[in-house]
Design a protein around this ligand. Structure first.
Ligand SMILES: [Zn+2]
Length: 350
């Protein structure tokens, strides 16, 4: 292995609930995330994690989110990174004084008129760039003010991985250092390739309402309208779709830039352990031949039952010996996404 492989573990916090019995899954949620982290740590991986948090918990009536975050063992405040995650919850959008609310399209729950019932599934890119700037700026400030420890948020992951041109432009204008939203369509549609959109079943075997959004935004075909507009990513990623092997790339516009850190290893609950392990194998092969460091980004969601988080545990369990061995040799570095983006940036042209 000629080059270092950076592996980052990421968690999306949807902004819905921490509650053990909370909707929509009547599931473990935060309790499951704590269990997941403890189980991974017990395997020998006392590593930093990166959390992308939607600050809607402070707006939707959740009881004392600051204390919950201060006390949870799901976050290691000594070594973890906190980034911003934005789903367009109506409470969060109204808090940014953006009007009118966009109610569709959506990849979330709909009423009989096709409107999103909460805003959670409305792509951020459905808003104008000026309004996206207002939403991410206000959300970032809210998160930084409410976290139990002072810190500056530098990274972003869009709700539903939906960073279209408008979102990327807004991130550049709002001085985010990196975005972590690019995701391989093949995670959501097995068989996706240059000649096929695949079977629209994710690597766990499910059909998801988000799949067509992902195929349009992160696929090979240039999209020139609205929520799917992907000209910036295609331009700076050599006209390629996002693949399991896609490495960080820098996006430029109007004398500004942002680093795209692809979530190339996917997130459980859409991603099987087999996919994650295959992505690890691809990354190790790439590290053998590359003259630059290589990056793998995996993770899960806070909301959802433990069984949806289990593929991430199985990834560590099944690859334990190899991962620990390469970690001991310092050929694998487990790092926050921000640290990984700094390492990637050293090899990027400005
Ligand atoms: Zn999300």
């Amino acid at each position: 292995m000629a080059q270092t492989l950076y592996i980052s573990v990421t968690v999306d916090w949807e902004g819905r609930t921490f509650d053990k019995d909370g909707p929509p899954y009547y599931a473990e949620n935060l309790e499951g995330l704590v269990l997941l982290r403890e189980k991974i740590k017990a395997l020998g991986f006392d590593i930093p994690w990166t959390h992308y948090i939607t600050p809607n918990y402070w707006l939707n009536g959740t009881a004392d989110p600051t204390t919950v975050l201060a006390n949870t063992k799901a976050i290691d405040w000594g070594k973890d990174e906190i980034g911003l995650h934005v789903h367009c919850w109506y409470d969060l959008v109204q808090n940014a004084q953006v009007d009118p609310l966009v109610e569709n399209p959506t990849f979330g729950n709909m009423d009989i008129f096709g409107n999103d019932t909460s805003g959670h599934g409305v792509p951020l890119g459905a808003y104008s760039t000026a309004n996206i700037i207002k939403i991410v700026t206000k959300a970032k400030t809210l998160l930084e003010q409410k976290l139990p420890h002072p810190l500056t948020v530098k990274g972003f992951r869009c709700g539903g991985w939906m960073s279209n041109d408008g979102v990327l432009t807004a991130l550049m204008q709002s001085d985010f250092f990196y975005d972590c939203s690019a995701v391989p369509p093949v995670v959501f549609s097995q068989g996706f390739s240059t000649v096929s959109l695949g079977n629209k079943k994710d690597t766990v075997g499910d059909n998801n309402s988000i799949t067509d959004f992902i195929l349009s935004l992160w696929g090979y075909i240039p999209q020139d309208n609205g929520i799917y507009q992907n000209t910036l990513s295609l331009k700076w990623n050599n006209r390629q779709a996002i693949l399991p092997t896609t490495q960080p790339y820098k996006i430029f516009a109007n004398s500004r830039s942002v680093i795209e850190m692809p979530n190339n290893g996917g997130l459980s609950d859409y991603t099987s352990e087999a996919y994650m392990t295959a992505a690890l194998g691809d990354a190790l092969k790439l590290a053998d031949t590359s003259d630059e460091p290589v990056f793998l980004n995996i993770g899960c969601h806070q909301e959802g039952p433990f069984r949806y988080k289990n593929s991430l545990f199985e990834f560590f369990d099944n690859n334990k010996a190899q991962l620990l061995d390469l970690k001991d040799q310092e050929k694998i570095i487990f790092s926050t996404v921000y640290e990984a983006s700094r390492a990637a940036d050293l090899h990027m042209v400005d």
